[in-house]
Design a protein around this ligand. Sequence first.
Ligand SMILES: O=P(O)(O)O[C@H]1O[C@H](CO)[C@@H](O)[C@H]1O
Ligand SMILES: O=c1cc[nH]c(=O)[nH]1
Length: 248
Amino acid sequence: MENRLQPHIRIGNEHSAPYALLPGDPGRVDEVAKFLEKPRELAYNREYKTIKGTYKGVPVLVTSTGIGGVSAGIAVEELKNVGVKVMIRIGSCGALQPHLRLGDLVIASGAVRNDGASYAYINKAYPAIPDTDLLFHVIKAAKRNGAKHYTGIVRCHDSFYTDKERDIDKYWSEKGVLASDMETASLFVIGGLNGIKTASILNVVVEKEGELEEGINHYVEKEAASKHGEEKEIITALEAIISYNYLL
Ligand SMILES: O=P(O)(O)O[C@H]1O[C@H](CO)[C@@H](O)[C@H]1O
Ligand SMILES: O=c1cc[nH]c(=O)[nH]1
């Protein structure tokens, strides 16, 4: 464990906690703060915003990881350096299956490694998977909290705007992959190689193209559904930490 401030997240081990929630978007850190007791900002450098508070008495850090596996990997390494042992991503995703609706949660049981960051660490034969026990706690917490959720494989990517995106999505959709995000694989691989217990919960913010029932889903209703999903993923992650904490 290191006392010095970490170069990117700008916190040291005196600020640490065993648990961290990892949104990509720094704005989501403030949404988590609403559910914590005594939240206080520790640092905000580049895309990395960190707050600390307690949930039902258990100390929790919340650090945004920015967009992509590269910046998420840096956050994972530096949080490990200050003593974090359990990391749960609370992200957003695009659906690859037509039954997924805005605000549904996708709990990743594995990730397709179409990112670059995890590959920089280890050959692609190595699986991107969460910690099994933590995954079960996340699933149980989602059930207890009445969050509509699906558990399965997600695909992690590094690009949004190439001219191949539609074909790539079609391919992985046909293979049964649930949704796309950009950080889950690097969290699972880089965290796993470092002995960190990881899990990833994703809120559906984009439904599968061509499956949208236009006119039924009014824009404001869509916003509300995504917001509701975000709250559900935050509560699910925090409740999973509480039940998991009793085991440590
Ligand atoms: O909302 P976050 O957690 O950032 O997650 C998703 O949103 C970003 C892309 O818009 C990527 O980071 C992707 O993984
Ligand atoms: O479509 C989407 C939405 C969020 N994140 C992604 O990676 N893809």
